[in-house]
Write a protein that binds this ligand. Sequence first.
Ligand SMILES: *Cc1c(COP(=O)(O)O)cnc(C)c1O
Length: 368
Amino acid sequence: MQGKEIFRSMTPYKPGKQIEDVKKEYGLDRIVKLASNENPFGYSNEVKKAIPQLIQNLEIYPDGYTTELRNGLANKLGVKKDQLVFGCGSDEVVDIICRTYLEPGLNTIMATPTFPQYQHNALIQGAKIKEVPLIDGYHDLNGMLDEIDKDTKIVWLCTPNNPTGCLISNDKFEQFMKKCPSDVLVVIDEAYFEYIETSDSPDTIQALNDYPNLIVLRTFSKAYGLAGLRIGYGVANEEITSLLNITRGPFNTTSVAQGSALIALKDETFLQESVSKNIEIKHRFIEFLDKIGLTYYDSQTNFVFVNLPISGDEMFQHLLTKGFIVRSGEALGHPNGVRITIGHLQDMEELQGLIAEYLAVHKEENTN
Ligand SMILES: *Cc1c(COP(=O)(O)O)cnc(C)c1O
């Protein structure tokens, strides 16, 4: 059965290696997964304690309006309740945006490399893709503005950007928004918002007051550690969210996810502790990279993209045999490097040893 024309050139998303598969393949007991930017410190204990309660009435459909989480989040962000739209992960919000605004004849602009789901979902809606290469890991915002034409509907800004970790500064964001035509939707994906260390990041929620063409995406999957529950959200003015709410499925987030996200939101201690541990370990990892002379992009996230003198696939494959799953840059449009999620301190130290050792052998082979 033939699908839309576009499916001839598309393939399903290829996720990072699964833990159980790697265990079997290499006969290992312990695997450290540093491939998908998950939180190595897990998630709030308060959520864990509440799960028995949250699974009490699974025979009942969830609250389609996500009332309690909506109230909690609106309060926390200082926005109106109807400015929020929830999705089965922010992945789904990306899809909902594409289904609402894109169609054949329109185009959409994004960086490359960036989060692949913008392109994937836009293609399915028949839109033309315009990709603007990053400059040293950062968005080329002027280059993106230059690409805007009368058929441009959405510009995607991933900040900090996945896979480089680089942030769009407040100044640059302001300049971009001022120049961007008001009939072009700007989607700013802040999946790693909680990990941002610099004060130079734009206050995107505040910016919603000035720019009615802006949507901010955030998620409970990364710093909150609830990737398995699939819940994320978008914030925008009500004119936008009223349309997104028509597009989305009536019960697109589960009752367990809604309840858990609300509890996670209130457990600020867990969030702060895991973010600060993560940042500390990231800085140690960066010190290691400096010490052995590897370059990397300036990351404001819980991952670091490391440039290598060998292919990303080769390093990926080597680390895999030792029980570490990282993400090869090859799949991310950046072949000579790997993206490494920050894990527990001990695991990172072991990983550092493996990287240094492998590169030393490589260097020796090359000089012989
Ligand atoms: C992980 C990630 C997402 C998707 O998160 P979910 O809420 O789990 O769907 C969105 N954007 C970026 C940039 C990400 O890295």
